[in-house]
Design a protein around this ligand. Structure first.
Ligand code: SAH
Ligand code: SF4
Length: 387
């Protein structure tokens, strides 16, 4: 309670300089217009200059305008004045016994998110990126769900997660064929479909062939089921779709994934069936976390098969990853195997996802930054936005 008055005189306060725009978050078109506006390129040369700058940022990964040696000195100085290509601060880096790497990245005071690299997933290795700091939703099995939303990440902050991983892995530039980082999954902190503008811009940037060049077919966006945004997601990004399903009936899903109360299963399934580009070659993924005694019986498996009938899909069975104070236990192996066999017999691939990076709390649903300590007030906004 109470209002804090700022008693310093305006003249005594440090001047508020807005943070410099990070060019890594601009699509190629936006970059061209910004360079023209800033007087770095004349309008006829905007596109060409943008292509030069683009290659330095997204192909070579430079973090300093001084390295852009094919730009005139005064152009570099102009850029330096107005913009940045620097990385955010990596506050913590952990490497798991299984090779999984996790970075805690600070984007600003109290704005932190986690990014995880998992070798051996996808073609070579997958990067799990965050789209928000915290989450407005409160799925009961998810650690991030216990943390209030602090804010959406911007496109440059999403791209920065890929840059930080490539810095660490040493892939500037790299041939597609021998890369360690081949896939991107939006399965870190936050609900990407509540931040679609920035997620879509980040995907445009990450997939650009003259840059990081990760094809849209190797980029998967996971959602808890924000149904009205499914078609816009497919139309704007052509990304692969993953749905965090976790229950095959509304009563249970209402409890586990509370957004289900707003967009129940019938609506969700209709939305998935209509997802642009869905086909046998581009199947949807349903994620299903295995919770002991909650959603893991053979009857649950049969209900799941019934629910997704006719949808080109695979089912990822995720053993529940516990976190401090979590209210569930992971299903036993025989229950998971029985479940997988039922789904498999119905014609759906049903891989059981091996938990990765558990020792560094990097596995699915274990991510949680310390940002909440700084922004306890965000709880109120979470309460307003929760469904
Ligand atoms: N908000 C989005 C994306 C991030 S969550 C979504 O919910 O889809 C990424 C995946 O991890 C989701 O399928 C989520 O349900 C799952 N997950 C969350 N907590 C988990 C836990 N403790 N153990 C295993 N999987 C979990
Ligand atoms: Fe948010 Fe996804 Fe966690 Fe649910 S599972 S609380 S939507 S991050």
């Amino acid at each position: 309670m109470g209002v804090t008055l700022d008693l310093t005189r305006a003249a005594d306060r440090p001047a508020q300089t807005p943070p410099k725009v990070n060019l890594a978050g601009l699509t190629r078109d936006a970059l061209a217009s910004v360079l023209v506006e800033a007087g770095v390129a004349d309008p006829r040369k905007g596109r060409m200059r943008a292509n030069q700058v683009w290659r330095w940022i997204h192909n070579f990964g430079v973090t300093d305008f001084a390295a852009m040696t094919d730009l005139a000195k005064d152009a570099r100085a102009l850029l330096q004045d107005r913009f940045t290509v620097a990385r955010p601060q990596v506050v913590e880096r952990q490497v798991s016994r299984d090779g999984t790497r996790k970075w805690l990245i600070r984007f600003g005071p109290g704005i932190e998110a986690e990014t995880v690299y998992i070798p051996g997933v996808g073609r070579a290795g997958a990067l799990c990126v965050s789209s928000q700091v915290g989450c407005t939703l409160n799925c009961t099995f998810c650690h991030t769900g216990t943390q209030p939303l602090v804010r959406n990440l911007t496109a440059d902050e999403i791209v920065a997660q890929v840059q930080v991983a490539r810095d660490d892995i040493g892939e500037w530039p790299s041939d597609k064929a021998d890369r360690m980082l081949s896939n991107i999954v939006f399965m870190g902190m936050g609900e990407p479909l509540y931040n679609l503008d920035h997620v879509a811009a980040a995907i445009d940037i990450i997939s650009d062939n003259e840059g990081i060049a990760i094809s849209r077919r190797r980029i998967t966006v996971s959602t808890s089921g924000v149904v009205p945004e499914l078609t816009p997601l497919g139309a704007r990004t052509q990304a692969m779709l993953a749905i965090s399903l976790h229950a095959a009936n509304d009563a249970l899903r209402d409890e586990l994934v509370p957004i289900n109360r707003k967009y129940p299963l019938a609506d969700l399934m209709a939305g998935v069936r209509a997802y642009p580009g869905l086909s046998n070659a581009r199947r949807a993924t349903f994620e299903y976390v295995m919770l002991k005694g909650i959603n893991d019986s053979p009857a649950d498996a049969r209900a799941l098969v019934q629910l997704i009938k006719g949808i080109p899909a695979k089912i990822n069975l995720i053993p529940f990853n516990p976190w401090p104070g979590s209210p569930y236990e992971c299903s036993g192996w025989s229950a998971i195997e029985t479940f997988a066999a039922i789904v498999n017999r119905a014609g759906y691939a049903s891989p059981i996802r091996t938990p990765r990076g558990r020792d560094i709390l990097a596995a699915c649903g274990q991510l949680k930054s310390e940002s909440e300590k700084v922004r306890a007030s965000a709880k109120r906004s979470q309460d307003r936005q929760a469904v």
